[in-house]
Design a protein around this ligand. Structure first.
Ligand SMILES: Nc1ncnc2c1ncn2[C@@H]1O[C@H](COP(=O)(O)OP(=O)(O)OP(=O)(O)O)[C@@H](O)[C@H]1O
Ligand SMILES: [Mg+2]
Ligand SMILES: [Zn+2]
Length: 507
């Protein structure tokens, strides 16, 4: 038995690697910077967890969500891998100081991009010696880095500061364009690419056009009355997630909860745990839920609202059928549904007409000592969203006008305003195109599988389940079978497939 297999077996209890894992692990062990694209749920974590174990120094994993980090740490500890921790804003100060002082005790350290802006943490990591720097969910660099979480765009500085360790960027969804953006933003143009097909062959696709939000609720109720499988329903609005959860609770005899970013961190963790442990049947959530959530038996993903881009849609439907068993995606569409994502785009980017006024305000407020007011003050005074201000602030940083501590000097670039305007317009067009692609897919009349994945890969594989509503799949005719909770958890792949879809699908 070769060494890697032996380590895989001893530490993780698996007999063989899944597609793509081995090559990426070998690349990383040989010190090659790598971008790895593997479909959702296929085992990207192992691509750094195994090297972390074998490498002498520390492995740092940049992860976008606290719940994701906490989950992974818990899972690893349960597997007997103890030298692992997550540094995040949820930790109290003393705990953070204690962990930061003792970084050399760990092999694997999860951290948010924001935490890596903290000098103490970076200094600590530098002293300890980082061998591998991982960016999990690397599409966040491109998707969130520009507005929402600009610290993603500063990771290249951290990598440099840490003495250029091997870099591994992982994602399940990245178009060639996004792949290039990741390489550019990490400042690693020569990164080695390991791109695998990301189409999910065990998911059937359906879109239903209805007239109103109320008719969506009726559709969902009817479907879920006879469908007893773990289900996620995605919303673009917190209010809608709560409202539908509450209505379904009165209509269905099921355990239902909602989850969104406006909830307390502890409540969110509780709901996530309950869903993971099969203590909830249905979760009504916003995009805040789901990233990296490793629940194997989700069978049905319903989109009450569609996300603003295909990448997000692929991520979200990819949460179904992680065990390989047959699963389905249903998107409900009503006219006017595009208003919500349109508003989202508008709330993420500043209005170009307001830019001169905003820059004037900032200049006026700078005060004698050159310190800008707190972000919250600026956001409140100017009635900007956090993303809008982050976007402007980051560009001011790039132009050398303001540093981390908010010390500001006037710009020496006479074209700053013009450049900023152009950048906003560029991002606006980009997001608008993404949204158009998504809407286009909803109105697609050809095979949905082919059109969903065509900008990500050359060919789609033959599905193992009925393909889509353009290829004779009818979600209303699936013979969902009663699945009791113990059955969900056990059984072989084939048994579960048969128990959930019955003898297949009536055509
Ligand atoms: N070689 C393997 N053999 C068997 N199971 C594996 C193997 N590698 C990983 N797994 C299991 O596959 C599941 C999914 O892994 P993981 O969470 O890493 O997926 P992922 O690719 O990161 O998905 P996502 O895109 O949703 O983040 C885990 O439960 C993991 O234990
Ligand atoms: Mg993952
Ligand atoms: Zn099809």
């Amino acid at each position: 038995m070769d060494r890697l297999i032996e380590e895989l077996k001893n530490n993780f209890g698996y007999d063989h690697f899944r597609d793509g894992q081995r090559t990426i692990i070998e690349d990383v062990m040989n010190g090659r910077d790598t971008l790895g694209i593997l479909p959702t749920g296929t085992g990207k974590s192992l691509c750094y967890q195994l090297p972390a174990h074998l490498l002498k120094g520390v492995t740092v994993v940049v992860s976008p969500l606290i719940s994701l980090m906490v989950d992974q740490v818990k899972q690893l500890k349960a597997q007997g891998i103890k030298a692992v921790t997550a540094i995040n804003s949820f930790m109290d100060r003393n705990e953070r100081i204690r962990v930061t002082k003792n970084l050399d005790r760990y092999k694997l350290i999860y951290v948010s991009p924001e935490m890596l802006q903290n000098d103490d943490i970076v200094d600590g990591l530098k002293r300890t010696g980082v061998d591998l720097f991982v960016i999990d969910e690397a599409h966040c660099i491109s998707q969130w880095g520009h507005e929402f979480r600009t610290d993603y765009l500063k990771l290249h500085l951290v990598i440099e500061e840490l003495g250029d360790p091997t870099v591994l960027a992982l994602s399940a969804t990245a178009t060639p364009e996004v792949q290039d953006d990741i390489l550019e933003k990490l400042n690693k143009p020569d990164m080695n690419k390991r791109i695998h097909p990301m189409d999910k062959t065990n998911i059937s696709f359906a879109v239903k056009h209805v007239t109103t939000p109320e008719s969506k609720l009726i559709e969902i109720t009817q479907l879920l009355e006879r469908t007893h499988v773990p289900t996620m329903i995605y919303f673009s609005s917190r209010q809608w997630a709560e409202r539908v959860a509450t209505e379904l609770q009165t209509k269905l005899n099921k355990r239902i909860a909602f989850y969104h970013g406006g909830m307390e961190q502890t409540d969110r963790m509780l709901v996530q745990q309950q869903f993971m442990n099969d203590q909830l049947d249905i979760i009504c959530c916003t995009s805040a839920f789901g990233m990296g959530v490793d629940k194997k038996n989700i069978r049905l993903i319903i989109h009450f609202h569609f996300p603003p881009q295909l990448e997000s849609f692929i991520q979200e439907i990819g949460r179904a059928g992680r065990d390989g068993a047959a699963s389905a995606s249903l998107l409900l569409y009503a006219p006017k549904d595009h208003y919500l994502p349109q508003m989202l785009i508008e709330s993420e980017l500043p209005d170009v007409n307001r830019l001169p006024g905003i820059l004037n305000y900032v200049e006026r407020k700078r005060g004698q000592n050159g310190v800008l007011p707190l972000d919250e003050v600026i956001i409140g005074d100017l009635e900007l969203s956090e993303s809008q201000w982050n976007f402007i602030h980051f560009q001011m940083e790039q132009a050398g006008m303001v540093d981390n501590r908010h010390i500001m000097k006037p710009t020496e670039d006479p074209d700053f305003l013009q450049k900023l305007t152009m950048l906003v317009q560029e991002r606006w067009t980009y997001k608008q195109n993404k949204l158009n692609e998504m809407v286009h897919w909803i109105h697609e009349t050809g095979c949905r599988r082919v059109s969903l994945y065509q900008s990500f890969q050359d060919n789609t594989r033959l599905p193992e389940v009925p393909c889509c509503d353009a290829c004779e799949f009818d979600i209303d005719e699936i013979e969902w079978q009663e699945v009791n909770r113990t059955e969900i958890a056990g059984g072989t792949w084939e048994e579960r497939l048969a128990s959930i879809f019955g003898r297949g699908v009536a055509r």
